[in-house]
Design a protein around this ligand. Structure first.
Ligand code: PNS
Length: 161
């Protein structure tokens, strides 16, 4: 049984994330999608809101579960008994920071491996921040996020106006 963790801030989950979930669910017996805090980013959605959206989105996948954790990813992996972390790579711009995180995580626990999946080129330009920025200025984001996330973004932006 090969288990993997797909960690992220998922603020909110995009079609790019969903593509990685879909592909990783076919490679691993069990995939745990874990919402963590990224101290470098200010979240638009609460942890509970992100988990709720993800739970609905992964419902069709029988081998995918969603969880959240406040703390170090590596501690979560250890508690969960999972040795593989999956990260999506979109472009060279992602590489430097992902490289730093992967090496830091390995320094913290050398039994845990980070594995990278290249983005589907259809989604290589999508990020949660870009989606929120475009939506914030009234731009069209329907093709960039799952439809239930679209509704949540619109609701959130309207309420915060
Ligand atoms: O989707 P993101 O924002 O690129 O995900 C980054 C995330 C949440 C995976 C990263 O910030 C993280 O692992 N946060 C948990 C705290 C932690 O373990 N920090 C050390 C990472 S080297």
């Amino acid at each position: 049984m090969v288990r993997a963790i797909y960690p992220g801030s998922f603020d909110p989950v995009t079609n790019g994330h969903l593509d990685i979930i879909d592909r990783a669910s076919k490679v691993f017996n069990h995939l745990m999608v874990v919402v963590l805090e990224n101290p470098r980013k200010i979240s638009t959605f609460s942890m509970d809101e992100k988990v709720e959206m993800l739970n609905k989105i992964v419902a069709p996948y029988k081998n995918v579960e969603v969880d959240s954790y406040k703390g170090l990813l590596i501690d979560y992996a250890q508690k969960n008994g999972t040795r593989i972390l999956i990260k999506g790579l979109r472009a060279i711009s992602d590489f430097e920071f992902e490289f730093q995180m992967a090496l830091t995580n390995r320094q913290l626990n050398c039994d845990v491996e980070t594995m990278f999946m290249m983005t589907n080129n259809k989604y290589s330009f999508i990020s949660s921040s870009i989606v929120k920025e475009v939506a914030g200025y009234g731009g069209e984001i329907r093709d960039l996020v799952p439809s239930l996330v679209y509704d949540q973004i619109i609701k959130k932006l309207r309420f915060s106006e």
